[in-house]
Design a binder for this molecule. Structure first.
Ligand code: F1P
Length: 345
């Protein structure tokens, strides 16, 4: 995270070589469309990137599983930029999608953690997240670093496009506050461990969020699945009524990503709907939110930031929750069964 912050500072000084991205910045900013292609956790980072890019740069952006890219004859060409996000830089589907996009003339940009990896080498340009080696199979710090990089890229495109100076300054100054806020959240570890104890025997979990909190819900569910083998689903909170609500009873813990943002009022009604059906509720909430204590069983209160950077903070308690549940079940969190660090076939 701090390495990415250094990138931000260079960028602000106007002399950045953000992993070579500055050289292609004009083509990127003039793209007709941005596609983001990735797998697993990196795909969830891509979803956050879609929200950031469309919100601040107004370039139409789509996110796609790299594992589907080559099977659907995608319409991609020289006016498009395709980002390939991969912690390992070796994921076979992401690499195949990259080759396909390059063949079709798109600008192919990589966001990778592993220096010198195949995706990094074959991209036209890109950014290293420099999050350090991921020891465990499940991607965690790579995810938060990918989000920081996507915010930096939003700033880069924004500088070339229509981002207001005010917005730019706000994003840049908020980014500098993130490392201290992350430290504060990590101090909630004992509290999260106690919550994990209550839920370690659950058979299913639901994760819900709206807006920027939706990809975080997906990622929270994936972390739990990957390392604790508990079935978990992430949904946009508004989709709850279109199916998942049928699953809710006293045996279904529901995790709401519920910071005090523009989605808060709607999320509160979803919380009430779950409560009325006896579901146990854990909320990731803002540190100044006293109201939520009356609505949920457990509220994990974290420092706040601006909307686009919030996923960097809200995901951390979810990573810790999955970690503690897995440890309490006696599982090896670094080497979960059936999962490979790099899916190279
Ligand atoms: C993608 C990914 C990871 C997941 C696991 C399997 O990897 O799905 O998100 O945690 O390691 O692979 P990558 O392309 O980001 O390296």
């Amino acid at each position: 995270l701090r390495n990415s912050m250094r990138g931000r500072i260079l960028l602000e000084e106007g002399n950045a070589k953000l992993g070579g991205l500055a050289d292609v910045a004009d083509r990127l900013a003039n793209s007709k469309r941005i596609l983001i292609s990735a797998c697993g956790t990196s795909w969830h980072a891509g979803l956050v990137g879609e929200y950031m890019f469309e919100h601040f740069t107004r370039i139409p952006t789509e996110v796609e599983y790299a594992s589907e890219f080559r099977y659907r004859n995608p319409i991609v060409g020289s006016e498009d930029t395709v980002f390939f996000i991969s912690q390992s830089g070796e994921t076979a589907d992401t690499l195949a999608a990259l080759r396909e996009a390059k063949l079709r003339g798109a600008l192919a940009l990589g966001i990778c953690n592993a220096v010198g990896s195949s995706i990094a080498r074959e991209s036209d340009a890109g950014v290293y997240t420099h999050a350090g080696p991921e020891i465990g199979v499940a991607s965690t710090k790579a995810f938060t670093s990918q989000l920081v990089v996507l915010a930096l890229i939003t700033l880069l495109i924004g500088r070339k496009k229509n981002l207001s100076l005010e917005d730019g300054k706000l994003i840049a100054s908020e980014l500098l506050t993130i490392p201290d806020k992350v430290e504060k959240i990590l101090k909630l570890n004992p509290e999260i461990e106690i919550i994990a104890e209550q839920f370690k025997d659950a058979k299913n979990f639901l994760y819900l969020g709206r807006g920027y909190n939706f990809p975080v819900a997906l990622e929270g569910a994936l972390k739990l699945k990957e390392i604790s083998y508990i079935h978990a689903e992430g949904y946009p909170a508004a989709e709850m009524k279109h199916g998942p609500i049928a699953l809710i009873d006293e045996n279904m813990p529901v995790v709401f990503i519920a910071p005090k943002d523009s989605t808060y009022e709607k999320i509160k009604s979803n919380i009430q709907e779950v409560k009325a059906r006896g579901g146990k509720i854990i909320a990731i909430a803002s540190e100044n939110d006293d109201e939520i204590d009356h609505l949920v069983d457990y509220a994990i209160k974290i420092p706040d930031t601006i909307e686009m950077l919030r996923p960097i903070l809200t995901v951390i308690p979810l990573q810790l929750l999955a970690y503690h549940i897995a440890v309490k079940k006696g599982l090896n969190v670094d080497q979960p069964r059936n999962l490979a660090k790099s899916v190279t076939v």
